[in-house]
Design a protein around this ligand. Structure first.
Ligand SMILES: O=c1ccn([C@@H]2O[C@H](COP(=O)(O)O)[C@@H](O)[C@H]2O)c(=O)[nH]1
Length: 274
């Protein structure tokens, strides 16, 4: 099944636009697990178990695993998600981008080693760096477009003098992603919840692409304006929240607290659907 079909099903089945981000930081783990990197899997699996009926996707961020030499725990977590939530797509947040021969290895890492349903990529190096990922025709390929951080302005808001209409870089990328780059129909875009006007602009240019929208919760993006700007009948959104869910409590009740925040966030997003 393709990533976009999987995403549509999970969004409908769980009636949710929420993606729980898995950014495990051992220093923030509860009680006896605090500071213990060998508990990364246990912590994330507990969050998955507590939220799997509330989400349209999960998004593990690979850096939080690699930084602790915990890639084996990420493999175990990917297998766990497939076992307990087979209908929920998993987006590996890796933000890879390199020349084709290296990109082939990154694609193998994401789709063969970790068995992700989709991966995030940096499109900075151009189309040939995306193609090895598109060779996995059912898999989602989600390109950074208008990121949630303030420094996104440095490049993404610049105008391209040589392109007709002099679009901003993020607008040009959205256009390429909707049209000539989208050979598989499985491309999506990352747009930050911190910039709702740009979510609306991306949605105009890319009416059917799924938008992965980080930035609600800890980064302060607004759920209602995110949904109003990004969600249409033709184009779905995947609204990520990581820290606000994962670290809702530092106590033994961390999983229940995560569930409560996930329910509240899902409901806020749904209320804005209109
Ligand atoms: O533009 C971007 C792209 C990716 N991210 C990632 O999303 C989560 C956000 O975490 P919160 O704790 O909900 O702020 C994190 O994994 C980032 O690497 C992003 O924030 N912005």
């Amino acid at each position: 099944m393709t990533f976009t079909t999987q995403l549509a099903r999970a969004t409908q089945q769980n009636h949710s636009l929420l993606c729980v981000g898995l950014d495990p930081e051992p220093s923030k783990f509860p009680g006896a697990w605090a500071g213990d990197a060998s508990k990364i899997y246990d912590f994330c699996a507990a969050i998955v178990d507590a939220t799997k009926d509330l989400v349209c996707a999960f998004k593990p961020q690979i850096a939080y695993f690699a930084a602790h030499r915990a890639e084996d725990q990420l493999e175990q977590l990917m297998a766990h998600m497939k076992a307990v939530a087979p209908d929920v797509p998993v987006i590996l947040d890796a933000k890879r981008g390199d020349i084709g021969s290296t990109a082939e290895q990154y694609a193998r890492e994401a789709f063969v080693r970790y068995r992700a349903d989709a991966v995030t990529l940096s499109p900075f190096m151009g189309r040939d760096t995306i193609e090895p990922f598109l060779a996995y025709a059912d898999k989602g390929v989600i390109l950074l477009c208008r990121t949630s951080n303030p420094g996104g302005n440095d490049w993404q808001m610049q105008r391209l003098a040589d392109v007709p209409g002099q679009p901003r870089l993020f607008e040009h990328l959205a256009h390429l992603a909707q049209t000539e780059w989208n050979s598989t129909g499985q491309i999506g875009l990352v747009v930050g919840a911190t910039f709702p006007a740009e979510i609306a602009r991306v949605r105009e240019i890319a009416p059917t692409l799924p938008l992965l929208i980080p930035g609600v919760g800890a980064q302060g993006g607004d759920a209602e304006s995110t949904v109003k700007a990004g969600l249409t009948a033709a184009g779905t959104i995947v609204v990520n929240s990581s820290r606000a869910v994962l670290y809702a409590s530092k106590g033994e009740d961390f999983a229940e607290a995560a569930r409560r925040v996930a329910i509240a966030t899902r409901d806020q997003l749904n209320a804005a659907r209109g």
